[in-house]
Every structure is written in C-alpha cells, then in structure tokens.
Design a binder for this molecule. Sequence first.
Ligand code: GLN
Length: 192
Amino acid sequence: MKVGVLAVQGAVSEHLNHLGRCGVNAIAVKEKAALDQVSGLIIPGGESTTIGKLLETFGLAESIRERCCDGSLAVFGTCAGMVLMADEVSDGLPGQPHLGLMKIKVKRNAFGRQRESFETELQFDLFEPALTAVFIRAPKIEEAAAEVEVLARLDEGIVAARQGLMLTTSFHPELTADLRVHQYFIEICKAV
Ligand code: GLN
C-alpha cells in the first residue's frame, strides 16, 4: 500500500517523514500518475488558496473528487488541507477553491490574532493520553453534518473530524514526534 502527500505547496516533507516512520511506502503526489498509485492522500498545511488553485491547474482536483466518490481513496487534510476538504468555507476569498469532500463548514484563520500560532494539550476521543497539537493560523469547523464524527474540540470549534474515509485536523500532527494521528489515518487507508 502506498500513501501520498500532495506536493504542490506547503509542509510536504514532514508528512512524508512521519508516514515513513510509521512504516508505509510514502510518495509525493504532484501529478495524476502518482495519485493513481496511492490508497490515501494527505493534503498538507500551507496556503489553502494557493494549494486549491494549483490542484485545478495540475488537473488533480477532479481526479481526487472522483476517487473519493467511488470510495477508492482516503484523504487526510491538515490545516489548509481542512479548508480544502470542506464543502463550505464561511469567509473564504471570492472564488476560494475547495474540494467539497466533507460535509463541514470551515472558517479560515479562526483563532484570531492573539492565538495566531500556539501549542496545546488536546483531548482527543481516540487517544489517551492527550495529544500535543500545534496550531498555525488554523481553521476550525463551525458546523458539521450528522454523518461527520467529531474527534476533538477546542474553544467551541471542532478541530478534528472524520467522515468515512475522510479525516481532517485543524492542527499540524506532522510537527510533533507523536505518530498517532498518522497511524490512525493509515488504518483508514487500509480499509480502502
Ligand atoms: N490560514 C491558512 C489558510 O487558510 C492555513 C495555515 C496553515 O496551513 N498553517 O490557507
């Protein structure tokens, strides 16, 4: 099984390292030929507008949507990746690109100037003990449909959620040594 990291912009190498440390075959995905080989895809943090535009330019957006629709691809969006997972972005720019893979409404840069970047111990339903989570100009989920499983909350917002083969976190699990979130995603990929 191969798991890909979308490599058009953002924190790519950190995710590849984490996947490698989890013992999976990890590849950078820049074009359709690479996408076709993977069971799972991580959309990293970065700048959601830029990543979204490049996804369209490289012709990957439609292929990702198709693979998700037919249940042959698991996707994990972190931070900017969460914005791209959403079917609604509450305060995006005009023409803000998104993939609409999860029934969630996401607010960009949701934690305000005072808390632009911070680290916190996050209670996560799946994990004991709590997880150290790094937030960098992070988005949050404001609304989620009934079929979305909420995995963690912070300040009244949802910061981790799953819907079938789709997983998303507001924070950056690739920036701490803890591999539990990546391991959890790999288990989802094995179910594809
Ligand atoms: N605020 C950025 C965006 O909305 C995301 C920041 C990040 O990925 N660290 O694109």
